[in-house]
Ligand binder design. Structure first.
Ligand code: UDX
Ligand code: ADP
Length: 457
């Protein structure tokens, strides 16, 4: 039996530890966070994040062998294995601003571990970090050899996607565990392997050296984001030429070397990982004197920014080049369906763009309105937040679908059309609606990568 601690009770730490605790009843799993409100929410009936299936896993393990606490120092002292899952946002200041990772939370966690450890620990890095950060972590931790406490540092990047986190954790494509090849490094890797082996087949657990583990995570996210930027680039060409992106994507995806997944053209990718990790990779390449490689990956992010701006421009142009004073309903605030997370959400970028054009905006979303309000900051005062999509659309000139919630595909658009200002517009930034039917109802329909279906030319 081991005592496992996780520092950071966010979108990664919370669900990951819940699934470990569920599958390893023999281990005690404690999750701590500096944010006491967040911990209180994890201990309540209303969890701090919306994630399908999370409630059930928490119900099974919480209080049995899963605990959410705020006494970080005592829990560090008691732990054998410490997962570090703190936030590593992009730096907004100083060297590498806008690109490099801000490691201040992560280093603070390392120093807390150092200060409060009296027995040997395995420290597992879960946050995505620049390559070779684990080495820095090990240097900090082993900086006071006189105290006789030994630390092994392991890289175990998380590949879960929000909205399907529980499924991804229960049935991962692979688990990646990077460590040093010293005897104690190898033993530490085996201890972490043993935890995952409780429910993951051994052949899906990949062990690598420390740096490969860190780089693999950055590169995997860069490849995934690159597919979306690639299909989005083609969607722009489709709109100019009359080709249909759904048909093109299907034809591309049937090549077994390419595969069909992650080829959905959209208003752009969001989420806390893709942009941050690619910019991190770009910074790393620049730092190591590889400007061509840096420029190559940066283009994935630039294309994503272009796609979001382009969506706003299509709306503006279709609506006679002015949206000032027009009520527009934004359907969706979350960066993808099945999450309340709005970090880097294209929906909020489109929202800001339309505010600049002085549109009157109303946002509807089943789970993300609170986060949207917080993320928009001062701009939120100029936006209406309405949980009911029918009310949001009342009196609107246009609807823009910005998150692919299944709920939005199932609405009664005939009733919605009746209550809108005419001519009524719909902009489907996720291609989830039946465009031909909407056109028959009277809408002017603009989708991503498809010829517009308008009632006038
Ligand atoms: C991603 C990675 O998938 C995951 O492995 C990593 O651990 C964290 O980053 P996440 O950001 O939670 O996960 O969600 P993901 O499903 O990858 O979607 C990211 C964004 O891409 C969303 O905004 C989504 O709407 C968009 N997307 C995804 C598309 O626009 N088209 C697609 O075909 C797929
Ligand atoms: P992610 O999406 O990577 O999980 P989040 O921002 O959702 O990121 O979660 C990170 C959490 O880590 C936050 O709740 C933050 O309060 C917590 N945190 C950051 N630094 C520390 C620290 N030194 N001790 C405890 N918790 C911390």
């Amino acid at each position: 039996m081991s005592s496992i601690l996780c520092i950071g009770a966010g979108y990664v730490g919370g669900p990951t530890m819940a699934v470990i605790a569920k599958n390893c009843p023999q281990h005690r799993v404690v999750v701590v966070d500096a944010n006491a409100e967040r911990i209180a929410a994890w201990n309540s009936a209303r969890l701090p994040i919306y994630e399908p299936g999370l409630d059930q896993v928490i119900a099974q393990a919480r209080g049995r062998n899963l605990f959410f606490r705020t006494d970080t120092e005592a829990q560090i002292a008691a732990a054998d294995i410490i997962f570090v899952s703190v936030n590593t946002p992009t730096k907004t200041f100083g060297e590498g601003a806008g690109r490099a990772a801000n490691l201040q939370y992560w280093e603070r966690a390392a120093r807390q571990i150092l200060e409060h450890s009296r027995t040997p620990k395995i420290v597992v890095e879960k946050s995505t970090l620049p390559v070779r950060t684990a080495e820095a972590m090990e240097r900090i931790l082993n900086s006071q050899p006189g105290r006789g406490v030994h630390f092994d540092v392991i890289s175990n990047p998380e590949f879960l996607a929000e909205g399907s986190a529980i499924h991804d954790l229960e049935h991962p494509d692979r688990v990646l565990i990077g460590g040093k090849s010293t005897p104690s490094g190898r033993a530490a890797v085996e201890q972490i392997v043993a935890i995952y082996e409780s429910w993951v087949p051994r052949e899906r657990i990949i062990t690598t050296n420390l740096w490969s583990g860190e780089l693999a995570k950055l590169a995997a996210n860069a490849f995934l984001a690159q597919r979306i930027s690639s299909i989005n680039a083609i969607s722009a060409l489709c709109e100019r030429t009359g080709a249909d992106i759904t048909e093109v994507a299907h034809a591309i995806g049937t090549d077994s070397r390419i595969g069909p997944r992650f080829l959905r053209a959209s208003v752009g990718f969001g989420g806390s990982c893709f942009r941050k990790d690619i910019l991190n990779l770009v910074y790393l390449c620049e730092h190591h004197g590889l400007p061509e490689v840096a420029a190559y990956w940066e283009q994935v992010v630039l294309m994503n920014e272009y796609q979001q701006r382009r969506f706003g421009s299509v709306m503006l142009e279709a609506m006679f080049n002015t949206v000032a004073g027009k009520r527009i309903a934004l359907f969706g605030a979350a960066f993808k369906a099945n999450t309340g997370d709005t970090r880097e959400s294209p929906a909020l970028n489109v929202c800001r763009e339309l505010l600049d054009e002085r549109a009157e905006l109303v946002i509807t979303d089943p789970y993300a309105l609170d986060n949207a309000r917080a993320d928009l900051g001062a701009a939120a005062e100029r936006v209406e937040f309405e949980p009911d999509p029918y009310k949001a659309a009342q009196g609107a000139h246009a609807i823009a679908i910005l998150t692919e919630w299944q709920q939005f595909a199932e609405l009664d658009y005939e009733a919605i059309y009746r209550d809108m200002v005419k001519p009524a517009f719909i902009f489907d930034g996720r291609n989830i609606l039946d465009h031909a039917q909407l056109h028959r109802l009277g809408f002017n329909v603009y989708a991503i990568g498809k010829p517009p279906l308008a009632h006038f030319d």
